[in-house]
Design a binder for this molecule. Structure first.
Ligand SMILES: NC(=O)c1ccc[n+]([C@@H]2O[C@H](COP(=O)([O-])OP(=O)(O)OC[C@H]3O[C@@H](n4cnc5c(N)ncnc54)[C@H](OP(=O)(O)O)[C@@H]3O)[C@@H](O)[C@H]2O)c1
Length: 296
C-alpha cells in the first residue's frame, strides 16, 4: 500500500462507502490515520459504519439537498474527496430503456458533479484532493456495456475539465480507472436490469438473445480481480506529493486500455470474438417493425 507518513490527521469523504471499492478505501484510510466521512444512502447503514470507526454521512446522489446537507455536516475543511459511488447499466444500446439511461447519467455523472460542487469550497480551504473512480470501459467501450461506458466517458471528460479548472486553485484531481473487480456491482446491475426490463418489442429482444447469452457465458467465465490495485491507486492519489492525473488499475484494465491504440475495426473484431459474439448470433429475419412497435 502506497502511503506517505501522516503528520497531522487528515479528513476524507468517501462516497459509496457501503460498496466494494468505497468500503475498502475507507478502511485503508482509517488504518492510515485519516478521519473518514463514510457517505451512505440507506439510513440503516449508519450504525455499522459508525461501529467500523467512520463518521457516517447520509448522501443520496440523486438528491441535491441531501448532497449539500452532507457538505454542511462535514464542515468548512476537507482534505480529500473520493467519488466511488456509482451504478452499472449494461445491455445493448437498442434494448436499454430511456429510464435506464437517465438513471445511469443521473447517478454516475450529474450526481458526481453535484458532490464536487458541494464539497469544493471545503477542499479549496484545505488544499485538498479529488479522486474520481471511473472505469477503463470509458477508454475502450465494450459492446453491450454502452450505458456504463458512456457514463464513465462523461465522468472522465468532466474530471479532465475539473483538473485544469482547479490547477491554479490548489486542489489536485486524479481519475482512477479500474478493470473488472469482484464487488457487488454486478449483482446490483443484474437486479436493476431485471427491475427495469429491456426496451423494444419481444421480436427485437429475441434478435439479441443469442448474442446476450454469449456475453453472459463469457462474463461468467471471466475471473474478477481484487479491489486492492484500485484502493492503492486512490490512496496514492490522496497522499503522493505529485499525484498521477490518471491511474489505470488491474491486469485486465491495463490490457483493455492498450486496445484503444488499435484501429477501430480490428478492435471490434477482437472484442466481439473475446465475447463469443459471431455473425451467426444475428442470423434471423431482418427486423422490419415500426418504431411505434419497438418503443416502450
Ligand atoms: N466493480 C467493478 O468491476 C468496477 C470496474 C470498474 C470501475 N468500477 C467503479 O468503481 C466504483 C465502485 O464500484 P463498486 O464495484 O465498489 O460498486 P458497488 O459495490 O456496487 O458500490 C457502489 C456504491 O455506490 C453507492 N450508490 C449507488 N447509488 C447511489 C446513490 N444514488 N446515491 C448514493 N450512493 C449510491 C452504493 O450504495 P448502496 O450500498 O446503498 O447501494 C454503494 O455504496 C464505481 O464508480 C464503479 O463504477 C467498478
Amino acid at each position: 500500500m502506497a502511503e506517505l507518513p501522516l503528520t497531522t490527521p487528515r479528513t476524507v469523504l468517501v462516497t459509496g462507502a457501503t460498496g466494494g471499492v468505497g468500503s475498502a478505501v475507507a478502511r485503508a484510510l482509517r488504518t492510515a490515520g485519516w478521519t473518514v466521512y463514510a457517505a451512505h444512502r440507506r439510513p440503516e447503514d449508519a450504525e455499522a459504519l459508525r461501529d467500523a470507526g467512520f463518521t457516517p454521512v447520509r448522501l443520496e446522489l440523486t438528491d441535491e439537498d441531501s448532497v449539500f446537507a452532507a457538505a454542511e455536516q462535514v464542515g468548512p475543511r476537507l482534505d480529500g474527496l473520493v467519488n466511488s459511488a456509482a451504478i452499472m447499466g449494461q445491455g445493448p444500446v437498442e434494448l436499454t430503456p430511456a429510464e435506464a439511461w437517465r438513471r445511469q447519467f443521473e447517478i454516475n455523472v450529474i450526481g458526481q458533479a453535484t458532490v464536487i460542487r458541494a464539497f469544493l469550497p471545503a477542499l479549496r480551504a484545505s488544499g485538498g484532493r479529488v479522486v474520481n473512480v471511473g472505469a477503463v470501459s470509458a477508454r475502450v467501450p465494450p459492446p453491450f456495456f454502452g450505458p456504463i461506458a458512456a457514463s464513465k466517458a462523461a465522468l472522465a471528460a468532466l474530471t479532465h475539465s475539473l483538473r485544469a479548472e482547479l490547477r491554479h486553485q490548489g486542489v489536485k484531481v486524479t481519475l482512477v480507472e479500474p478493470g473488472a473487480m469482484d464487488t457487488p456491482i454486478f449483482a446490483t446491475a443484474d437486479k436493476a436490469s431485471a427491475d427495469l426490463g429491456w426496451a423494444g418489442s419481444a421480436t427485437t429482444q429475441e434478435h439479441y438473445a443469442r448474442a446476450l447469452d454469449a456475453v453472459r457465458a463469457t462474463a461468467a467465465r471471466q475471473p474478477l480481480g481484487p479491489v486492492t490495485p484500485a484502493v492503492d491507486a486512490v490512496v496514492r492519489a490522496l497522499t503522493a506529493r505529485r499525484p498521477a492525473t490518471l491511474a489505470t488499475t488491474g491486469r485486465d484494465g491495463r490490457a483493455l486500455a492498450l486496445l484503444r491504440f488499435l484501429p477501430d475495426g480490428l478492435r471490434d473484431r477482437l472484442v466481439l470474438k473475446a465475447f463469443g459474439v459471431t455473425a451467426e448470433a444475428f442470423e434471423d429475419a431482418p427486423l422490419t417493425e415500426s418504431p411505434a412497435a419497438r418503443r416502450r
